[in-house]
Ligand binder design. Sequence first.
Ligand code: ADP
Ligand code: ASP
Ligand code: MG
Length: 416
Amino acid sequence: MALIVQKYGGTSVADPDRIKAVADNIAFTKKRGHDVIVVVSAMGKATDNLIALAESVSKTQPGREMDMLLTTGERQTAALMTMALADRGIDAISFTGSQVGIITDTTHRKAKIVEVKGDRVRQALADGKVCVIAGFQGVSTDKEITTMGRGASDLTASALAQAMGADACEIYTDVTGVFTADPRIVPQARKLSKVHFDEMLEMAGAGSKVLALRSVEFARNHDVPLHVRSAFTWEQGTWVSNEEPAMEDPIISGVVTDMTEAKITVLGVPDRPGISAALFEPLADANVNVDMIVQNTSTDGTTDVSFTMPMDDMAQSESIVRRVAEEIGATGVTHDNDIAKVSLVGAGMKSSPGIAAKMFRVLADEGVNIQMISTSTIRVSVILPADDMERAARALHTAFGLDSGQAYSAPLPERK
Ligand code: ADP
Ligand code: ASP
Ligand code: MG
């Protein structure tokens, strides 16, 4: 008998039929004699809809109240799933993040886990129950309800798997595993049977949605292998673990696309020590995750500074930057929402020079203009116009020999 954590994402529980199909799978797992902890996301686009609702009534949207609102999405699914399990003769109980003691820091909407207590989960499992836990949420050290960032139900799952000493952590989603690129954008993408944590971390960090970055960080730090698989076909998916992949070991393991960032440029910044700190310290204090930064020094003693950050943080960042720009005597601030990031990720890059050069050549041949570049030892990322993203990703996928020869064939459910 094993202890299995199963996480089901929004598309997998998007409507009553989906909830019933997932309940069947949970019941099947339980009836095979396993202990099961289930983590659920909000149904379909429920979180987006709640955010839109908040936008329609409020310009300020205090973090505490947003978290009170957004946590209801997952709570709804957890209760419904537990009812569906009852119909299948499964003794199950739903819990919020707070009830199971997922303790976070006090940063609303991006809270970080400080501890997972899990006493009620342990007790319920000992009583033979399936635990159905509302993902994405916790309770802060100040006893306030918090959420842990978009996509954070993945994090709830890996954190619970670690805290409860689970034998497996299964991440059920709407594609059949981790692919060499998002199969919605590159239909020729190939499924990887294994991915090393280091590569998955870079893929998630570069913006691949399939696993939330912090869930991968958590899983890697605590060595919790993740099995990413489909809640529509139930076939074997991709194992993300510490194991080095043997077969599929090309230099590049994936092309990652990301449309969720925006760019701010500060023009005519005086070129003197302390200016970058003056710009970026207040952004850090506001918990803005600045991604790429480019500074172009000109001959007239001023520089232009561009940086990218999540689109969600754009309004707040721009108001901070406008204030600082005035203080330091910069001449202007512009923003651009129509950008995308395309990255190549591969552990083999470390020992293989010329990857970036080849990437730039492929993009040049496609007539794509690169706006910013950043690299790590196993990643090269570029910012380019949003309209060019799909073409660029497909061209790079082909040029680096990743195409599968056939288009993605499993059902790609529509996002509700
Ligand atoms: P869930 O709601 O289950 O958490 P997400 O939408 O967060 O699902 O993540 C699954 C989606 O991630 C897929 O539908 C796919 O479009 C996207 N995706 C991006 N990159 C990849 C990749 N390399 N492999 C598989 N899916 C990817
Ligand atoms: N419902 C949340 C979101 O849409 C969390 C999740 O699905 O993981 O971001
Ligand atoms: Mg997700």
